[in-house]
Design a protein around this ligand. Sequence first.
Ligand SMILES: [Mg+2]
Length: 274
Amino acid sequence: MVTDLPQRPAAGRRAAVIPPELRTALATLATADELLVATDFDGVMAPLVQRAEDARPLPESAAALRALAEVPHTSTALISGRALASLRHAASPEPETLLVGSHGAETWTGPNAEPLQLTPVQAALLARARQAVASVVDASPGCRLEDKPAGVVLHTRGAPDDVASAAVDAARGRLGELDGVQVTDGKRVLEASVVHSNKGEGIRALRELTGASAVLFAGDDVTDEHGFAALQRGDVGIKVGPGATAAGFRVDSPADFAEVLTHLLQLRRAAVEN
Ligand SMILES: [Mg+2]
């Protein structure tokens, strides 16, 4: 790992962690007429932590995203599985940053954005899904339930592996009996939602809203694959960390992604000034 060489000059480190093909793609991306920089939060802007409420963005990434939002013809967005309130709490985004939460079920596009409203049928379904997950959590030491505006989440990060996988199986079985509940896998989480959405739909909506001619999207989890699938020619998809992906590019860690954002900021400033 290059990051084990603290004496190395910053410029040399940047060159090493951003693959050459990605550098080339970023150089082209930076010349887009209207650029949207959209990124997942946990595992991308912020290192993964045991307790979700403790996650914070890396300072370099937060600074680069903030500065990108100030560049003309450049929009920024966070697209997260978190509920919007939780995303705001962890990310402390600038007001310019567009927010998509709950895997696309919740959006914040400015002060006039409409808050999520469940229909009575959705609300009743959510109550049943919550009951199903609660019964699993009660029987599974170390597992935890999280309520979201349009869903309920089983967290298994605090449980031993065997308890975690049994809990996921049990919850999947019970939720599978509920018509209209969308079940999504993540890293040590199983999420049930009564609003059918995904990060791909989030990206499509943001592309339209911002009039972006090119999009950068970065993510680390299986739910981000919907986002990568929504990318088009000229966009840049970056998978952070290991695992199968449809993204065109990969970096190893949130620290490396900070280098990507910082490099893109420099390229974008230069491109817009000329
Ligand atoms: Mg993530």
